[in-house]
Design a protein around this ligand. Structure first.
Ligand SMILES: C[S@@+](CC[C@H](N)C(=O)[O-])C[C@H]1O[C@@H](n2cnc3c(N)ncnc32)[C@H](O)[C@@H]1O
Length: 263
């Protein structure tokens, strides 16, 4: 309880304290306690749902369309992240008669396509991307290069409003974006993802986990949930947990990051 990690207030989506990202003052960088200690649901920390979403959209509109922008200044850890994700995913693509297919993947909260480029396009025949920030998807068209021709759809949409086409995807990858959805919207979205899976398909969530409870980040308008809260939402969505893994070799000062494979 109350470890250094928990007390350091870090951004959910972009890995590090968003005050640092936006060049905030030393005062703003001080470790702070969660706004409402003990909160375990987004309804306890999100005061105005409409504002929660519009503020996040505004925040991302001002972020440069670069790998560093996607990772809040932690662009240098992208390779560690991708290599671990590849290992995590490949066990499902390789194993036995029930292995996951490699026809089509969906990258959710895809940004400029950092994951699409290095993880999904090398493993899948086709990829669809969905993100709420139009400029990121526009940038993706050049950032992805030649291989980007295999991106079938660029959906500009909030995940809270997005329904994957039923029975369409072998893998639905959701990384560093769940904190931008309320609990209810996240559970609903995961339910729709389940319907979007092809036989033997999986949903992967990879994201920051709080030490305890739900922590609001007012700067990028996101929340960071603890492991139990995330597992609870997954259960509520009717998904089974197939595998769970903590990311290793990330900098000490950022949130713990976990991957979950679900079906
Ligand atoms: C931290 S970046 C992660 C990008 C990418 N997943 C990666 O790991 O490189 C968060 C992304 O989520 C997007 N985003 C924020 N709120 C969203 C929402 N409600 N629905 C869909 N995308 C959203 C942002 O535009 C941004 O591209």
């Amino acid at each position: 309880m109350g470890s250094k990690k928990q007390n350091q207030r870090k951004s959910n989506t972009a890995l590090v304290c968003s005050h640092q990202r936006s060049g905030g003052s030393q005062e703003a960088r001080r470790p702070r306690a969660p706004a409402r200690p003990g909160a375990s649901m987004t309804s306890a920390v999100v005061e105005d749902e409409a504002q929660f979403y519009t503020k996040a959209e505004k925040y991302w509109k001002d972020v440069p369309p670069t790998v560093d922008g996607m990772l809040g200044g932690y662009g240098h850890i992208s390779s560690i992240d991708i290599n671990s994700s590849k290992k995590f995913l490949q066990r499902f693509l390789r194993e036995g008669p029930n292995r996951t297919g490699t026809t089509c993947a969906l990258d959710c909260g895809a940004g400029i396509g950092r994951i699409t480029k290095r993880l999904l396009l090398p493993l899948f025949e086709m990829v669809d991307m969905v993100d709420v920030t139009e400029d990121f998807l526009t940038k993706a068209k050049t950032y992805l290069g030649e291989e980007g021709k295999r991106v079938r759809n660029y959906f500009c949409c909030g995940l809270q409003d997005f329904s994957p086409e039923p029975n369409s995807y072998d893998v639905i990858w959701i990384q560093w974006v769940i904190g931008h959805l309320t609990d209810e919207h996240l559970a609903d979205f995961l339910r729709r993802c389940k319907l979007g899976l092809r036989p033997n398909g999986i949903v992967v969530i990879k994201d920051n986990m709080a030490q305890e409870g739900v922590i609001m980040d007012d700067v990028d308008s996101s929340v960071c949930r603890d492991l139990e809260v995330v597992r609870g939402i997954v259960r509520l969505a009717g998904l089974d947990l197939l595998a769970e893994e903590r990311q290793e070799n990330f900098p000490d000062e950022i949130y713990h990051v976990y991957s979950f494979a679900l079906r």
